[in-house]
Design a protein around this ligand. Structure first.
Ligand SMILES: *Cc1c(COP(=O)(O)O)cnc(C)c1O
Length: 495
């Protein structure tokens, strides 16, 4: 039946793929990692002739070893359909000397849709396979985009409920409006007085509360996670790197086997980790370019080998990357420590006790293919304007972080390897920051006036996700202290 998944903090804790998806998090705060990463059993040339769904099947069947082919096809076909406003699912466009993989054509116009449109299907299939009778309660901390994408994915899915926590003052107006207007009957949304790390820590604490888990089980509930710590999110994210690479072959830009670089605007380290897993599966990647905003913990980590979260949390124009604890980095730490749960657990203990840790020289050597840099909020605005001036293409603030770091990398190294940039959100999601970057005078206009102006400038129709919230009614108005997250979850469940 193939390999198992194992906890990054306890080598004795294993799970099948479906169990790992159901649990979300392993015990003791560990994350599930695959015991092996299989290489694709079909050539890139053949993959280049396939549709997104077909590529998804080839990748996911190797990683989700206990799902049958029928189960996977059911999940994939229901996820990647007309919910996406582009039939390619991920169009790859050439601008600013790079291949921009537009990952934002799903329901909530951020790349989170790539995984969250399939996660509910994977989760309910996993529940069926494991004879789970409890209702599954998805708990999610969001820096803005995961929240709405998870709500959209799980809304009214039988056998599930979903609670989302976001930093009350840490998301864009459009992001907030998208979440608080969610209509699904099984949904709950709360702003917390704290930042994203507080929300994420609160959710992890609820997960790690074994007493609460027992009580829930007696009452017919169990928690799971829609955050990128769930391998049910990580695995679908591998797909679009394989897909994007093979589109470059299909269009004759590269030949099979040619190396590429990949630039990823990074927060929780899930998206770039998926790129790394894609390379282990066979996509020839030379450099993983990790782009950060002013919260540049990862840049410092890649340059010094010390991860240090002891610093001020900065609110930037790319809020979905305003994170100081990049949870998925743990999976890379585990790997570069020689798949050692013991060593990794020690680093994570230091992180939680002192806020930092330093990796060994050998581990640093294992990071050879990673490069980190960052872009300030001013540089992000300049980059949006520059790319717009070149050929009228408008990028969002997160993608602009990536483009800016791509420019820095090229200037520093002279490396001209063909490069894929992960474009993680539609500019419509961060309209104010994007439009004022193009012309500061736009700041006097209202949010939806800016939407219409963006439509005019970009000649790209306003996405459905934005039209929907123009006049939508606010349904969720809970705001709670970070200490009260468990309490409001209990109220939501009626326990
Ligand atoms: C979540 C998000 C990111 C960061 O992705 P990670 O997987 O957390 O590193 C970047 N850009 C946008 C628009 C996002 O929503």
């Amino acid at each position: 039946m193939g390999f198992l998944y194992r906890s990054t903090r306890n080598a004795d804790e294993t799970a099948t793929a479906s169990e790992a998806i159901l649990k979300g998090l392993a015990g003791e705060g560990g994350l599930f990692v695959p015991d092996e990463i299989p290489t694709l059993d079909i050539s890139m040339k053949e993959l280049s002739k396939m549709t997104y769904r077909e590529v998804a099947f080839e990748v996911m069947k190797l990683m989700l070893t206990d799902f049958t082919d029928e189960e996977l096809r059911y999940c994939i076909n229901n996820a990647y359909d007309s919910k996406f406003d582009n039939e390619l699912i991920v169009p790859v466009k050439y601008h600013h000397n790079a291949y921009i993989a537009e990952l934002f054509h799903g329901k909530t116009i951020a790349f989170k849709d790539m995984a969250l449109s399939i996660l509910p299907y994977l989760m309910t299939t996993a529940a069926r396979k494991n004879n789970i009778k409890n209702e599954i309660v998805i708990l999610t901390a969001t820096s803005g985009d995961t929240g709405k994408a998870a709500l959209a994915g799980f809304a009214d899915v039988p056998g599930t409920r979903i609670a989302v926590f976001y930093p009350k003052n840490g998301v864009s107006p459009i992001q907030e409006k998208q979440m608080v207007t969610e209509k699904g009957k099984n949904t709950f949304v709360a702003g917390i007085t704290g930042n994203f790390d507080d929300a994420q820590t609160g959710v992890k604490n609820i997960f790690n509360n074994t007493e609460l888990a027992k009580e829930l089980d007696e009452k017919g509930f169990q928690f799971s996670s829609a955050n990128s710590i769930n391998i049910g999110r990580l695995v679908p994210q591998i797909v679009y790197y394989v897909y994007s690479y093979t589109r470059l072959i299909a269009s004759g830009k590269i030949e099979e086997g040619n190396k590429i670089n990949i630039v990823v605007p990074t927060g929780n380290f899930g998206n770039i980790l998926a790129a790394y897993y894609a390379s282990l599966m066979g996509v020839p990647v030379d450099r993983f370019i990790c782009a950060s905003n002013d919260n540049k913990v990862l840049y410092d980590f890649f340059t010094t080998g010390t991860y240090d979260r002891n610093r001020d949390f900065i609110l930037t124009s790319s809020p979905s990357m305003d994170i100081l604890i990049s949870s998925n980095l743990e999976r890379l730490i585990y790997r570069i420590a020689g798949n050692s749960a013991e060593d990794n657990a020690e680093f994570m203990k230091q992180l939680s006790e002192t806020g930092k840790y330093t990796i060994t020289d050998q581990m640093k050597k294992n990071l050879f293919h990673f490069y980190g840099n960052y872009a300030t909020t001013d540089e992000v605005a300049e980059t949006i304007r520059k790319v717009y001036d070149e050929d009228g293409y408008i990028i969002d603030t997160h993608t602009a972080v990536a483009v800016n770091v791509f420019d820095k990398y090229r200037a520093e190294t002279g490396d001209t390897t063909p490069t894929i940039i992960a474009s993680t959100a539609s500019p419509y999601k961060f309209t104010r920051s994007v439009m004022t970057a193009i012309d500061p005078a736009y700041d006097s206009k209202g949010d939806f006036e800016l939407v219409d102006e963006l439509e005019r400038l970009s000649a790209t129709p306003v996405p459905q996700a934005i039209e929907e919230i123009r006049s939508a009614e606010v349904i969720h108005n809970t705001v709670c202290d970070k200490e009260d997250m468990e309490k409001v979850v209990r109220q939501f469940l009626g326990i």
